[in-house]
Design a protein around this ligand. Sequence first.
Ligand code: UDP
Length: 397
Amino acid sequence: MAKHNLESENNLRRTKTKKTNRKNEGIPNELLSVTKKQREQRKEAFKSAILDYNLKQAPKTILITGCSGFIGSHLADALLAQGHRVLAIDNLSTGRLDNIRHLQENPDFNFACANMTYEVVLDRMASQADVIIHLAAAVGVKLIVERPVHTIETNVMGTEAVLQVGRRYGCRILIASTSEVYGKGNGIPYREDDDVVLGATSKSRWAYAASKMVDEFLGLAYQQEYNVPVVLLRLFNTVGPRQTGRYGMVIPRLVAQALTGEAITVYGDGMQSRCFCDVSDVVRAITGLVEHPEAPGRVYNIGGTEEIKILDLAKRIKALMDSPSEIVHIPYADAYPGGFEDMQRRVPDTNRIHELLGWQPKLSLDQILLRVRDDFKTQFAGEPKATQASVPTAKAS
Ligand code: UDP
C-alpha cells in the first residue's frame, strides 16, 4: 500500500466524486458515459484545431499521470487557470495528496488514485481526454538505486500503457523524459540529437536512463508507425515549491539543511555542476508544447542554463539563508550505494524549444532558492523539518 494517508485520500475522493460508486473504482460517472460518437467528435475537433493554431485556444480535457507529484501539481494549477479540464491519476507512491488538496473543490478537476498499469482506470480517463501528459515515473536517484526492478517496470510499462490508450482515443501525448538520458555526455551543452553514452548494465543507476530511453524510442515509434502525435520532454534539474528532498534532490535538501542549522551536505568535492530551472518555467514550456501544432514527433530539452558547481550552490544557499550550518563533504561511497557514478556537468541546449515557442527561463537561481525557502517556511510554519537525510561520515569544507 502506498505511503499516504488513506483517510485523507478517501475524503478527497468522496468530496470530488459524489456520484461515484464502488463499482466504478472512484471514477466519476460522467467519465463512464462517453459514447463512441462523442469520442469521434472530440478527435475531429482536436484535429481541426491543429489546422489553425491561432484558433486553437478552446478548453481541452487533459489527463495528467503523476499529477500529485511536484511538477504534475503545478501543471494542473496552470492548465486549470487557462480554462482546461484536468483529469488526474496517481498512485501516491512518491506524489503527495497535499500537493493537489487545494484543487478538490474545483469542478474541472477529477482525481483517481490508481497505478498506471490499472487499465480500467487509465482507459476510462483517457477516453475523455484530448491530451495526455505522462509524468508518472520512478524518479530520484535514491529510489532508482534502491529499487531497480520497480524503476524499470514503472517507467517502461507505464509509458506503454499510456501510448496504447492515447492511440485508442486519438490523444496528443506528452511524455516526460530526463536529462539522465544523456548519460556520461559527449560535450556540453547537450543537444537533443547528440549521441548518448550510458554505463554498464551491472550498475543499476543506469537503469533509469535506459528505461527513459526506451520510453523515448517507443513514443517516437508510435508517432512513426501509428501517426500518434507524441512530444518528448527531456527535463533537466527542476526545482520549486512542493519539491521534497526525500528522493535525493539537492536544492530542497540543502535549503532545509540551511534552515534547520544541520550540516549542508556536498557529495564528493562539489566540483560537479548543474543548471536549475524553476518549475513555473518548466510548466510554461510544457503548456506551450501541449498547444503548438508543430511540437509532436520531437524531443525537447527543458532546463535552466545558469550553470553552478554544487559547492558554490551550497555556499550560495548558506549565504542567502543567513545560515549557521557548516558545509561538509560526503564521500560518494557514503552518499550512494555501490559504485554510483555522478554526472560531472549537465547543461542543456534549449535552442529547439526556444525556436518553436520563444521559450526561455525567466527566474534566476537566487529567485528559485528564495521561492524554495519561502515554501519551507510556509509548510513548517517556522519549524522546518530535517531533510530525511542520514548524514554519513563528513569532513568540513
Ligand atoms: N548532491 C549533493 N548533496 C546532496 C544531494 C545531492 O551534493 O545532499 C549532488 C549530487 O551528487 C549531484 C547534484 O547534487 O551531483 C544534483 O543532485 P540531484 O539528486 O538533485 O540531481 P541529479 O542531477 O543528480 O539528477
